[in-house]
Design a protein around this ligand. Sequence first.
Ligand code: FAD
Ligand code: NAP
Ligand code: SF4
Length: 678
Amino acid sequence: MQTDSHFPCLLSPLDLGFTKIKNRVLMGSMHTGLEDRGRDYPKLAAYFAERAAGEVGLMVTGGIAPNIRGWLAPFSSMLVSKRQLSRHRLVTSAVHAQGGKICMQILHGGRYSYHPLSVAPSAIQSPISPFKPRALSGRGVERQIRAYVRATALAREAGYDGVEIMGSEGYLINQFTTGHVNKRSDRWGGSTRNRYRFAEEIVTRCRQVAGADFIIIYRLSMLDLLQDGNNWDEVVEQARVAETSGATLLNTGIGWHEARIPTIATMVPRGAFTWVTARIRPEVNLPVITTNRINTPAIAEEILRRGDADMVSMARPLLADADFVKKSRQGRADEINICIACNQACLDHTFVGKICSCLVNPRACRETELNYLPVSRPKSIAVVGAGPAGLAFATVAAGRGHRVTLFEQSARIGGQFNMAKKIPGKEEFKDSLAYFAGELERNGVNLRLEHTVSSKDLEEFEEVVLATGVLPRKIEIPGIDHPKVVGYMDVLNNEMLIGGRVAIIGAGGIGFDVAEFLSHAQGQAASSLSREEFAREWGIDLSLQARGGVRSVKAQPPPSARTIWLLQRKTDKPGKTLGKTTGWIHRLSLRHRGVHMLSGVTYERIDDQGLHIAVKDERRLLEVDHVVICAGQVSNRQLADDLQKNGISCHIIGGAHRAAELDAKYAIGQGSELAASL
Ligand code: FAD
Ligand code: NAP
Ligand code: SF4
């Protein structure tokens, strides 16, 4: 594995005998939503073609069901007949035209299928689906196997370079391979050998139908993260079965979807699970792929250099930047737009049936719609406010050729991201700021820091864009002016010293983040967890002796640095407005640290004793040293009002435009869209 570049391992080709992959990067399967409708395939083709042009070695499509039973949701993607080939050919020919390679993932949802036709080895409902599956008969099992084989034959006909057979994450094959939900007593259940037979038959027969010169990736659940998951010997045996049945590459799967251990969110340390792949690698004779939270070429290189795997799989990082590999090869790794693992525009979208995109790259999955084309007549544009909205606007507009001046009243760019990056587990937000800082320079934006703009500064510009963000909402409670009351900005921006007992008013995104921040000792807040600390906190067995990697392993979260109450007036479960795929992690993390979460709270007064509240008519005194206000925000429109008075028209974006339901996805998306249109 040697080339002359900075990333010799990552950029070296992988010879599979019948074909060569040009580097060690696999774009892992991500369901984008574009797979689900025939009319979206031109968009899907453009999405993959950009990543192929960005020099990704091998890509895998989102999961395509082999039959209706395997649908993830009603009418989601499937490949069952020749009539569907033409749409897939759009994808494969677009990728091949850019010199890329692509495999189709065959994904049968089993009991994770979100519809009443779902089937599984046994009729056991999953905790994440309202539908109880029907147990497959022996003939039913045969029918599912034949569906995989048909999908493989059709994938080959559609021009794919291979298929990935999804055997992990708790989907159908995985349901067969573990005793957790396989309670059968026929030849498909019981003994280890019987439980693997379904996977073995699928891989064997898919190989027979596909021929020798076709990639078959088998995605193996190497760590189920379930009490009743497979033990390590069983995992190794399965890997060998996949190899002898005809798989070309072995990909890593970590955790069933129902497992309550985070595997890909921001707080998971980078490369936190590659040690599992490293353990399987010497047990087999086929190249292995590792995955989860690998988001920079330096980390990927380190993993490969250490010998943990032969390839690295990255999915979200290639949504965030289609040119990830090309930039790495060209010595421009510092120009990569890093995926911050927030899940907000990708997985959270998928879970509510929306087309996936990316918080830091709103063009992802919109390659045919949102384009940043060069302008024929450059304009002089003033942007006020260098938070995410202003930064996105300024960098895209300047990239298109406009002359952009960006004013920021503080001494640094980033707006509220400067607070977000201090939250334990959100340290990577700083990488987005580093990316924006580079883009400002590369695109020649005139940055004017420590410049509070008044309407007079803006008279000479052809266009004015206000991105002045938000201000904390002022709330009325008797005693709100008491010295123990502080705002979240005092805590996060001014790093004010906070006592050992704290009440937080407001349990939205910022209230949760402030609770996380305060539960860590001050000064330690910005340090990422090591792999060992992460494993200890969530109860993962790094020695792989525990069944499923977790059985009988006690989670040992560190104690909270403070006694914390997190409060809201609504009677809902706290954290209901947090992201679909990350909210449960935030809640669990605070619970681990003993944070008291109360709903249905009435705030009565604040005095020397503390915060007086009522919960369901019961009066309580929280004897706290500080009360932190995290009660939402209002748009900062002062400058907008001044401009209006002086007859200067302007565009208003981000929090200045809309404070309710504001987040960085909205701010960056709106800034980028406006910049594409001016
Ligand atoms: P802001 O970020 O508020 O930026 C406005 C900028 O304008 C500021 O830099 C300000 O100094 C400047 N400005 C104002 N007036 C003037 C003037 N007159 N002249 C010059 N400059 C001026 N969002 C997410 O999506 N995901 C998260 O996980 C997340 N976590 C967060 C955690 C914390 C602790 C906080 C505080 C916020 C978090 N957010 C998160 C919210 C996200 O940061 C905001 O939605 C986003 O920053 C809004 O962007 P904006 O550009 O509209 O405004
Ligand atoms: P928020 O989510 O709107 O939460 C505001 C909280 O304040 C709510 O819990 C609300 O609950 C309470 N509140 C509102 N008015 C109040 C009043 N008058 N008195 C007392 N309490 C009041 O806003 P935020 O926490 O400031 O977050 C701002 C934005 O940043 C969010 O929209 C979010 O999207 C984004 N963000 C996202 C994340 C993330 O992880 N995705 C993290 C941080 C921030 P009650 O009304 O029930 O009391
Ligand atoms: Fe990564 Fe967030 Fe973009 Fe998803 S939305 S690809 S997690 S940065």
